[in-house]
Design a protein around this ligand. Structure first.
Ligand code: B12
Ligand code: SF4
Length: 535
């Protein structure tokens, strides 16, 4: 079951070993943060290994499960063999306890310096840095440059004061946590190299899967063309993620050339047919998006792509360029059909804009994905009705209803959650909405509402409706070198639909939030219906 990445070890005793946690072993999305750090450090002469074990299973790995333990053992064995000077890990909020206990284990098995970075540690370094913590340093915010300086100082065996001058780190000193000044964000963004694709199992990540360009199993990869988002939706943690740094610049862009170079590499070297632009909002800067499209068209790169954006960021001119350049699907963060709810979460967008964006996409034949949310602050039954009415009118190819979950880093979390004692609520495998996170005013059963609306407004026929996008996808598959992979993946997907999805639809249980039978492996919510809050 445990699949080791195919690439051979490059360094005997690397300066640093980056570890992707076992909870991500099933994920078909690569650890882009770790991969980018890996290329950045290597570019600056620091030797890096990356452990990213995979399991060929669409089901989530619970951190305490035997399979996750098996992976953990394997990682420990690899570390013992490798003996790196430092170990680095990234963490999500629900992984705090696990990261601490895993770090303790690593410390006792191989005495090494342990560094964590990523979303949660940037938000609350004190969760990792305390007296006798197994974690030595936290890297706050954007990791590349800070990590480079930190590892260099450790390798050069610098002491005490030297660490005070490294910006954006936290560590324990005598009897308190020391937090250094925050550093500016990296500019221009092209100074950050491409992720180290050669260090992960690309045959695993590029196998056709229906989660990138959603619900069409293409051999795909994820690419970022920018970092950040200028909006301030109150349920979203993204604005905080890149603002941990001193230059609180809301968004930075890669050049059109750098984006096209990365896409070209993925298409030519890894036979990828689809790219999903994982930017928080791909269309913030219209003329830049058009430049990117022109670059794709001029280079005649044979691929199709999808991206996430807001309804108020697109118009017919932009969408026409995007389609010409291969865009087949747009994921919109619609959230709600009620103006009052959009205002309540500071979406800063008018309902009319939703109608306009979907009309243009329909006119051009571009597939659409609408992310909708229930459980918005003060939501009434009338708001619920308005959501349903909106979806019936705008007719997206796919709609995903989710429940607003207030993640740390979001404004709503600050208003209603208490801190550490709430972290376990974010465990992906449990998906139980605690009463304290219910901010809707009505007393409808939220699990049931989400389940029923996901069934009611999604039909397989919608997916197969002929459109320009559909033609483009089929043409891409026809010219692909992966035809056999596609045949196999349709069979696997068919099996999943018949034996898993269909029975759950009949049982009216496609809500990621409804209780799951114990001891049964669970398909991750992010894989079934990507909630808007997980954007
Ligand atoms: C891709 C993605 C995922 C992928 C992760 C794939 C993977 N293998 O890593 C998937 C789909 C699995 C995922 C799942 C979830 N995600 Co997510 N995800 C993202 C997304 C869109 C992009 C992350 C990314 O690749 N960024 C690009 C890289 C370059 O940036 P980065 O990862 O942040 O890394 C940088 C720094 O953080 C730091 N860094 C990161 N790791 C490390 C490690 C070390 C040692 C160091 C020094 C530095 C460092 O340096 C990196 C380079 O600068 C972000 C939004 C965003 N724009 O960041 C949300 C985001 C990170 N996700 C979020 C959430 C909430 C989740 C889920 C909990 C949602 C859910 N309910 O399912 C789950 C958690 C699942 C799990 N078991 O881990 C939140 C985090 C909020 C929080 N407070 O924790 C975000 C911010 C989105 C949001 N809603 O606000 N996610
Ligand atoms: S929900 Fe989307 S638009 Fe709003 S802040 Fe988050 S990423 Fe930006």
């Amino acid at each position: 079951m445990v699949e080791e990445k195919k690439s051979h070890r490059i360094h005997e005793h690397p300066d640093i070993c980056l570890i992707s946690l076992p909870s991500r072993a099933h994920s078909t999305r690569p650890p882009l943060g770790l991969m980018t750090i890996c290329s950045y450090l290597e570019k600056h002469g620091i030797s890096v290994e990356l452990i990213d074990l995979k399991v060929k299973d669409l089901k989530i790995l619970e951190l305490e499960s035997p399979k996750a333990r098996e992976l953990e053992e394997k990682i420990i064995e690899m570390l013992k063999d490798m003996r790196p000077t430092m170990v680095g890990m990234g963490t999500f909020t629900h992984e705090v306890d696990y990261t601490l206990s895993f770090a303790k284990r690593i410390k006792s098995e191989i005495n090494t310096t342990i560094i964590v970075g990523g979303q949660h540690s940037s938000l609350a370094p004190e969760d990792f840095i305390f007296e006798n913590s197994p974690i030595d340093y936290v890297v706050v915010g954007e990791g590349e440059e800070t990590f480079r300086e930190l590892t260099r100082a450790i390798l050069d065996q610098k002491q005490g004061e030297a660490f005070h001058s490294i910006q954006s780190i936290s560590f324990w000193e005598k009897d308190h946590i020391q937090k250094t000044l925050l550093r500016p964000l990296i500019e221009p963004l092209d100074n950050v190299p491409m992720p180290a694709y050669e260090r992960v199992d690309m045959s695993f990540y590029t196998q056709p899967n229906p989660y990138a360009i959603r619900y069409f199993p293409l051999a795909s990869m994820y690419v970022f063309a920018s970092r950040g988002c200028p909006a301030h939706c109150t349920f979203c943690a993204i604005p905080s993620v890149w603002r941990y740094n001193e230059t609180k610049k809301p968004i930075r862009f890669r050049s059109a050339k750098a984006v096209a170079d990365e896409v070209e590499l993925l298409v030519k070297k890894y036979n990828v047919d689809g790219i999903y632009f994982y930017d928080d909002d791909f269309c913030v800067w219209k003329s830049h998006v058009i430049d990117i499209c022109k670059e794709f068209i001029e280079r005649k790169i044979p691929f199709v792509w999808g991206a996430e954006t807001r309804v108020d960021k697109v118009d017919e001119e932009l969408l026409t360029w995007m389609q010409k350049a291969g865009c087949i699907q747009i994921d919109f963060g619609v959230e709600s059909g009620s103006q009052a709810m959009l205002d309540a979460v500071n979406k800063n967008c008018k309902v009319e804009k939703i109608h306009q964006a979907f009309e243009i996409c329909h006119k051009l034949g571009i597939r659409t994905f609408a992310n909708m949310m229930y459980n918005l602050p003060g939501e009434t039954q009338e708001d619920v009705r308005m959501n349903q009415e909106l979806i019936a009118k705008i007719k997206p190819t796919t709609v995903s209803f989710g429940l607003m979950t207030p993640y740390p880093g979001s404004q709503i979390y600050d208003e209603i959650a208490s801190g550490k004692e709430d972290y376990h609520y974010f465990k992906e495998a449990e998906w139980k909405m605690p009463t304290k996170f219910v901010v809707a005013k009505h007393s409808l059963d939220l699990d049931k509402l989400v389940s029923e609306d996901n069934i009611r407004f999604n039909s397989p026929l919608q997916q197969l409706t002929p459109s320009t996008s559909m033609k483009m996808i089929l043409r891409q598959m026809a010219r692909s070198s992966r035809k056999m992979d596609y045949a196999k993946s349709f069979f696997t997907l068919g099996k999943f639909l018949v034996f898993d999805r269909l029975p759950r639809m009949i049982a009216k249980n496609v809500s990621p939030y409804s209780s799951k039978p114990k001891n049964k492996e669970v398909i991750p919510a992010s894989e079934i219906t990507a909630t808007s809050s997980g954007k």
